[in-house]
Design a protein around this ligand. Structure first.
Ligand code: MLT
Length: 256
C-alpha cells in the first residue's frame, strides 16, 4: 500500500504530489486544511516512502488505482482530489476511472494533454541519464526550472526540493518517467467533468506554461482559474498561503 499522511477530520481531500517529489511538498496546505477537513496525502508509487508498483508496465492509470486502493483501505468512499503536475495527471486518471468517487477536482500547474513524440524521447533520455549518473543529475537539471526565475539556489524552498529529488531512487524516477511518457490525453473529455474544479497555475511556471493550464480550465464547465503572478512550478512552496486559500475556497464550493 502507499505511504500516506492522514490529518484532520471531516469531508476528505486528497493531495497528490508532483515528480519526483513526495507528500512533503504539501506541508503548508495540510496544516491549513486539516483544521476543517480530513486531508490525505499519499506518496505516489516508487516515490517518497511508497513502494514501486510491482511488475508490469508503470502507468499513471495504475498510480490512480493505487490511490483508490488507499482510499478503500481508509474507508473513504468519496473525496475532493487535487494534484500538482504529475499528481494532476493522476487526479485526471482517477476521475476518469471512478468519477463517482471524486467530489471535486483540483489541478495545480498541470495539463490535460499527453506528451509529444519529442517530449517522450526527452523523458527516455532523462531516464537513461539518471540510471547512469544517479538522481543528483536530475536535481541539478530540474531544480532551477521548478521555481520562478530568480529564485536563489540555496534558498530554503530550493534546497528542500533538491533534497527530495536527490533522495528519490533511480527506479522510482525511471518508472514515473515511463508512466508520464505513456499517459493518456484527457482533453477530449474535459467538457464532461461535472464536479467543482479549480485550475491553479502560476505566471512564471517554466515547466507547464500557464496558457496550457488556462486552456484546460476553459474546457471544463464552470472551472475556476487562478493564476498566481509571483510563483513558478512549485506554488505550494513559493506561495503557500495563496495556494492554501485557493484550495480552501475550492473546498467550500465542493462541500458547501
Ligand atoms: C512534475 O512536476 O510533476 C513534472 O515535471 C511534470 C512533467 O514532467 O510532465
Amino acid at each position: 500500500m502507499l505511504a500516506y499522511s492522514d490529518a484532520g477530520r471531516g469531508q476528505a481531500v486528497v493531495l497528490l504530489h508532483g515528480f519526483p517529489l513526495s507528500k512533503a511538498t504539501w506541508g503548508a496546505q495540510v496544516n491549513h486544511l486539516a483544521a476543517q477537513y480530513r486531508v490525505i496525502a499519499p506518496d505516489l508509487p516508487g516515490l517518497g516512502e511508497s513502494p514501486l508498483l510491482s511488475g508490469g508496465t508503470p502507468s499513471i492509470a495504475r498510480m490512480a488505482r493505487e490511490v483508490l486502493a488507499l482510499l478503500d483501505a481508509l474507508g473513504v468512499q468519496r473525496a475532493a482530489v487535487a494534484g500538482h503536475s504529475m499528481g494532476g495527471y493522476v487526479a485526471l486518471a482517477l476521475q476518469k476511472e471512478a468519477p463517482e468517487r471524486v467530489a471535486g477536482l483540483g489541478l495545480i500547474c498541470t495539463q490535460a494533454g499527453a506528451d509529444t513524440p519529442e517530449g517522450r524521447e526527452a523523458r527516455f533520455a532523462t531516464a537513461r541519464k539518471v540510471r547512469q549518473e544517479g538522481p543528483p543529475t536530475l536535481a541539478e537539471g530540474m531544480g532551477p526550472k521548478l521555481f520562478a526565475p530568480g529564485t536563489a539556489t540555496g534558498s530554503e524552498v530550493y534546497e528542500q526540493v533538491v533534497r527530495l529529488i536527490r533522495r528519490s531512487t533511480v527506479n522510482g524516477i525511471q518508472r514515473a518517467l515511463y508512466a508520464m511518457a505513456d499517459r493518456e490525453d484527457h482533453r477530449a473529455r474535459l467538457s464532461e467533468i461535472q464536479v467543482p474544479t479549480l485550475v491553479l497555475t502560476a505566471a512564471q511556471d517554466q515547466l507547464i506554461p500557464p496558457e496550457r493550464s488556462a486552456l484546460m480550465a476553459a474546457a471544463i464547465p464552470g472551472a475556476t482559474l487562478i493564476t498566481l503572478p509571483d510563483a513558478g512550478h512549485m506554488p505550494m512552496l513559493e506561495a503557500p498561503d495563496a495556494v492554501s486559500s485557493a484550495l480552501a475556497a475550492w473546498l467550500t464550493r465542493v462541500y458547501g
